[in-house]
Design a protein around this ligand. Sequence first.
Ligand code: ADP
Ligand code: ADP
Ligand code: ZN
Length: 213
Amino acid sequence: MNIILLGPPGAGKGTQARHLVDTRDMIQLSTGDMLREAKDSGTEMGNKVAEVMARGDLVTDDIVIGLIREKLEGDSKGGFIFDGFPRTLAQADALADLMESTGQTLDAVIEMQVDDAALVERITGRYTCGECGEVYHNVTKRPKVEGVCDNCGASNMKQRADDNEESLRQRLMEYYKKTSPLIGYYYAKGQLHTVDGLADIDDVRASIASVLD
Ligand code: ADP
Ligand code: ADP
Ligand code: ZN
């Protein structure tokens, strides 16, 4: 089963994707994570996208489509979760072509609905484990021991450089201008499912599970 998690920055895509990886042996394909990896390892592409990401603008379609293409050629295990991809209509069309050429199907698009006011708190409170990528929040999802990852035991929490209000505003603008048309696109294709992303993490898990089962 291959699915897209669609929603603005802070909607909870990464949090839910990690749970699906743990429980359904799916593979999370987060273009944001891939781009941050490229940036941290200082590849030519990483250096090129660093400033764009810091501003909160979208990286060019060619770059992210190339990243996804590589992954689709590998093992698909319990299926792919596209997290933060596609973000433009061109990316959505490219994904459809890629899936067709690798003999795969897109089974569901899950839109995580949240209101904008919640996003500022979600984003400014977000931090992640630098070792395993577990996602935390300073109000809604704190580790059991402050600063220590519940999942892997490391003490290496990180906050993203672009998780500030100014960059969030730009990322939201990009979302409404370029990504939100995908909601209509997938609705028209009969693939759209909507879940309430404002509910508690466990309730969102349950709504996603009922779409998948
Ligand atoms: P969030 O989790 O807040 O939604 P991501 O980690 O998905 O953010 O993305 C971080 C940044 O990486 C984006 O602001 C954008 O600059 C870039 N990016 C990630 N995915 C894409 C994509 N599919 N197309 C273009 N840019 C992307
Ligand atoms: P996205 O990948 O869509 O940008 P994340 O999964 O990183 O979103 O979640 C953004 C922040 O909100 C994180 O700090 C996360 O712990 C928190 N969060 C995620 N889902 C919920 C939820 N349902 N209720 C409250 N906080 C949440
Ligand atoms: Zn960890």
